[in-house]
Design a protein around this ligand. Structure first.
Ligand SMILES: *[C@@H]1O[C@H](CO)[C@@H](O)[C@H](O)[C@H]1NC(C)=O
Ligand SMILES: *[C@@H]1O[C@H](CO)[C@@H](O)[C@H](O)[C@H]1NC(C)=O
Ligand SMILES: *[C@@H]1O[C@H](CO)[C@@H](O)[C@H](O)[C@H]1NC(C)=O
Ligand SMILES: *[C@@H]1O[C@H](CO)[C@@H](O)[C@H](O)[C@H]1NC(C)=O
Ligand SMILES: *[C@@H]1O[C@H](CO)[C@@H](O)[C@H](O)[C@H]1NC(C)=O
Ligand SMILES: *[C@@H]1O[C@H](CO)[C@@H](O)[C@H](O)[C@H]1NC(C)=O
Ligand SMILES: [Ca+2]
Ligand SMILES: [Ca+2]
Length: 179
């Protein structure tokens, strides 16, 4: 019918717009990965697990394998925080900082490690060269001694010719969490 085809055109238009202006969303659960990581069971968090970054200067690293030069934006980092606020630095290779965010302070309940929070975009769009890279998320300052728990990472990757492959972008490391 006329209505449904119009609706489909609107949807296609929205997809094209999203793709053109923002690129594709690539999502990585912190608890997945080739290297064994220390995970915590948090049933209310994304994919049921988080990874603690509790001590000052502790960091979490995810490898990126770029098939060609691409613009990448850290659009969101999912985390939970207990009590005091923390300063989280986000950097690429060799500690080239792209930005940082302050975690939200919350003293309200005893279940704060199970409250999902979003950083929103960190830093600006960065052109990454073809080849391997590392994205680091580091606890650079904290109000108490408990840092954060990292839930997931969302990057937006420009893909002008439709060649983007998410599995190879994460260097083939999209595995289920260790149990
Ligand atoms: C998880 O969410 C459910 C439903 O909102 C809630 O009843 C439960 O207390 C939460 N668990 C934790 C550990 O926060
Ligand atoms: C999370 O755990 C619940 C049970 O606690 C299970 O039903 C659900 O399938 C799990 N989700 C994932 C993504 O593993
Ligand atoms: C990245 O974005 C900049 C600014 O929008 C653009 O000039 C550049 O060509 C882009 N690089 C790649 C590899 O697409
Ligand atoms: C957070 O850390 C960055 C450096 O990583 C620093 O430039 C910034 O001033 C810090 N912000 C606060 C509020 O401590
Ligand atoms: C880090 O810096 C060294 C020395 O400048 C350079 O050889 C190396 O390629 C850099 N590593 C990355 C992943 O950019
Ligand atoms: C946080 O981000 C995730 C992933 O984009 C989204 O599913 C969730 O609704 C967001 N939560 C809030 C409170 O904005
Ligand atoms: Ca904290
Ligand atoms: Ca998770």
């Amino acid at each position: 019918m006329g209505f449904s085809s119009a609706a489909i055109y609107v949807l296609l238009g929205m997809c094209a717009l999203m793709k053109g202006s923002h690129g594709l969303l690539a999502r990585y659960e912190a608890e997945t990965g080739i290297k064994p990581v220390y995970t915590l069971l948090r049933v209310n968090m994304s994919n049921n697990y988080t990874v603690p970054i509790y001590r000052l200067n502790d960091y979490y690293t995810v490898r990126l394998c770029l098939d060609k030069d691409r613009n990448v934006t850290v659009t969101n980092i999912g985390y939970s925080n207990h009590e005091g606020s923390d300063n989280i630095s986000v950097s690429y290779d060799n500690y080239t900082e792209i930005g940082y965010f302050q975690t939200e302070e919350d003293y309200s309940t005893e279940h704060m490690w199970s409250i999902m929070r979003n950083s929103s975009q960190v830093g600006s769009k960065t052109e990454l060269r073809q080849g391997p890279h590392e994205l680091k998320i580091t606890l650079v300052d904290q109000h108490d001694d408990h840092g954060i728990e990292l839930d997931f990472i969302e990057l937006t990757v420009d893909d002008t010719d439709g060649s983007f492959d998410e599995v190879s972008f994460w260097c083939g490391s999209l595995f289920p969490p260790p149990m």
